[in-house]
Design a protein. Structure first.
Length: 228
């Protein structure tokens, strides 16, 4: 997943690929989801050569911005991932609270109309709720509208877990899970060089920072390169 245009992205994908192969000696398939908002940013090929020795590395990409050109398809498809794509594109497009609120409620109505089961609805809601975060003053408006939607559908999946207060721990649980995984990976790769100072730094980091460090870990040759 690449959220911003990056001039050296193709080269970085190549480095990830060959280092993973070098370490594990298995075929590595590299894929990229381009989640940026720039129509000009493209990726998928890394080439270099000198004196007749050439390398050409090609990998599949999907650009979410281009998927948004066919909004009708996204709305009518049964693929649950289309809801995630729409939520991401709406988050890029609508920064203002009321517009984002309206779009978020439309996505939730669409999610229910598709007839998904409880587990899928809860999973999709967590993603949509995270992508389309609302200012605190709109939270009561959203809660009332959500309750109305679920009353109409006779499916109180989301509001039931909110009444239990589980949604407040969702982000914290995600952070703790990412931190635990990264700590284990650092310990395994760097051994005694991974100290309690590093562990505390990981435990205090937010989710986005943890994901960034996890990505650096793939190609880091020293523990300092992970946290640099």
């Amino acid at each position: 997943m690449q959220g911003q245009p990056e001039p050296d992205f193709d080269e970085r994908m190549y480095i990830y690929n060959y280092r993973l192969f070098d370490r594990y000696q298995v075929d590595v398939v590299s894929l990229a989801i381009l989640a940026d908002s720039s129509p000009a940013f493209r990726a998928g090929i890394h080439e270099r050569g000198r004196w007749g020795c050439d390398i050409r590395f090609r990998f599949p990409t999907v650009k979410l911005l281009e998927l948004g050109r066919d909004w009708t398809y996204l709305e009518t498809s049964d693929n649950p991932f289309t809801l995630v794509v729409m939520a991401h594109l709406i988050a890029q497009r609508d920064r203002e609270g009321v517009k984002r609120l309206d779009a978020k409620l439309q996505l939730i109505r669409l999610m229910y109309r598709r007839g998904y089961g409880k587990d899928r609805i809860l999973t999709l809601f967590r993603v949509i709720d995270w992508l389309l975060h609302l200012p605190s003053e709109l939270a009561p408006v959203f809660q009332r509208a959500l309750l109305t939607i679920e009353d109409e559908r006779k499916m109180a999946y989301i509001t039931s877990i909110e009444r239990l207060g589980l949604e407040r721990g969702m982000q914290q649980g995600m952070q703790q899970g990412e931190a635990a995984i990264l700590n284990r990976q650092l310990q395994r790769k760097f051994g005694e060089k991974f100290t309690e100072v590093h562990r505390r730094r990981v435990d205090k980091a937010d989710v986005d920072t943890l994901l960034d460090w996890s990505e650096r870990l793939l190609i880091a040759r020293s523990i300092e390169e992970v946290f640099h």
